[in-house]
Design a binder for this molecule. Structure first.
Ligand code: MRU
Length: 362
């Protein structure tokens, strides 16, 4: 696998229409999957915020790429004669809106910050929208290259014949292309390892059932879909060799925020001596956040829990609901964190700082 062999038109999110002035964002309409593979277009910052908030696009790296393209839309709202200071103000306002659309995945804030810093460094005589579009395209291409690198590093911990437990969706659909933890599964499979995946359905939004199962079946990777609550029994029966999942934010001390349900899976894995690897790009490591308790955890609407994908109601009218989208996993349950620059091992405080420095120099 390399970036050049991947088809850009199959990406989760991309810029369509050539230049920054006339083009728009095009993205896969994820709530429609697996029943239909359709795209939507997005031409305004408010539209991009709605796509992120409503999970038309989701997954930390994919949200980051989407936010990068959304900043092109903000830049083209700037008057041709605007000063650098005015342009910075406009992009900061767009950043504030985009960052608020989903609070946990740090890739979102990381991408918008990158675009604001670029605006500060761009002369007023340059066409800002074109400058931001070039950067957004670079960010998207980097995401694919990083995922390919992570897949190779991560495949080193997947043994021949391994049964892999996976939660949520961390594949092509959660990134620009390839994926993080699912990328490791694809790479291991393409290396000829006789692997099999246990795919947690991932209530309440069913990213495992709707998206990961769709992707794995398309790639012909052997798998079984399981109810989330079946994971413990499988581990107890010795049917899981390794747990792989992604991350939305990793604190400086190694606490990992990921899809709700990652914590119980990790605790049960530790109890049974099963290694747990988190697969995430260095952009997901947030050294400004000291520990897991400081990571903002998104709480979503009650309807996600009281009905099946907005359809059939499964709980009584008026029931009180608590619906956190993510949990935080204590690093004591994590064997290693796979990044594009290799695998970080405990003590994470040291290894995460070192890998961030490597990424900054690269
Ligand atoms: O709520 P989602 O679907 O955006 O949650 C996604 C996850 O939790 C993923 O595991 C995480 O973003 C890493 S994906 C490469």
């Amino acid at each position: 696998m390399d970036v050049s062999t991947r088809d850009r038109a199959l990406r989760t999110v991309f810029w369509e229409g050539g230049n920054a002035r006339s083009g728009h964002i095009k993205l896969i309409d994820q709530p429609k999957l697996p029943l239909a593979l359709e795209h939507v277009t997005c031409e305004t910052v408010d539209g991009a915020c709605a796509c992120i908030r409503d999970m038309v696009i989701r997954g930390a790296p994919a949200i980051g790429a989407m936010a990068g393209y959304a900043m092109v839309l903000a830049a083209r709202d700037c008057d041709a004669s605007a000063s650098v200071a005015t342009r910075v103000e406009t992009l900061r306002a767009a950043k504030a809106k985009l960052d608020a659309s989903r609070p946990t995945a740090v890739n979102l804030m990381w991408a918008t910050r990158r675009m604001v810093e670029l605006t500060e460094a761009t002369d007023a005589s340059e066409d800002l929208a074109e400058v931001i579009l070039r950067e957004a395209e670079a960010l998207a291409d980097e995401d694919v290259a990083i995922n390919i690198a992570m897949a190779k590093h991560g495949a080193e911990v997947v043994q021949q014949g391994a049964n892999i437990l996976h939660i949520c969706n961390t594949g092509c659909l959660a990134t620009v292309d390839v994926g993080t933890a699912l990328g490791v599964i694809y790479e291991s499979f393409h290396q000829g390892k006789d692997i099999h995946a246990w795919v947690c359905e991932t209530r309440p939004r069913l990213q495992g059932a709707r998206l990961s199962a769709w992707e794995l079946m398309r790639e012909k990777v052997p798998m079984h879909l399981i109810a989330d609550s079946a994971a413990g029994l499988l581990m107890h029966r010795g049917k899981v060799d390794v747990v792989l999942y992604g991350a939305d934010r990793i604190a400086a001390d190694g606490w990992v925020a990921n899809k709700i349900g990652s914590l119980p899976v990790s605790i049960v894995a530790r109890e049974h001596g099963i290694p747990v690897y988190v697969v995430a790009p260095t952009s997901t490591i947030d050294l400004e956040v000291a520990t897991g308790a400081d990571i903002p955890i998104e709480e979503r609407g009650a309807e996600e829990v009281t009905s099946l994908m907005g359809g059939n109601r499964t709980a009584p009218e008026g029931v009180q609901v608590f619906n956190p989208a993510f949990d935080v996993v204590n690093p004591k349950y994590i064997t290693g964190i796979v990044t594009e620059h290799g695998i970080c091992y405990p003590p994470f405080t040291k290894s995460l700082r070192a890998v961030k420095e490597t990424a900054e120099k690269a």
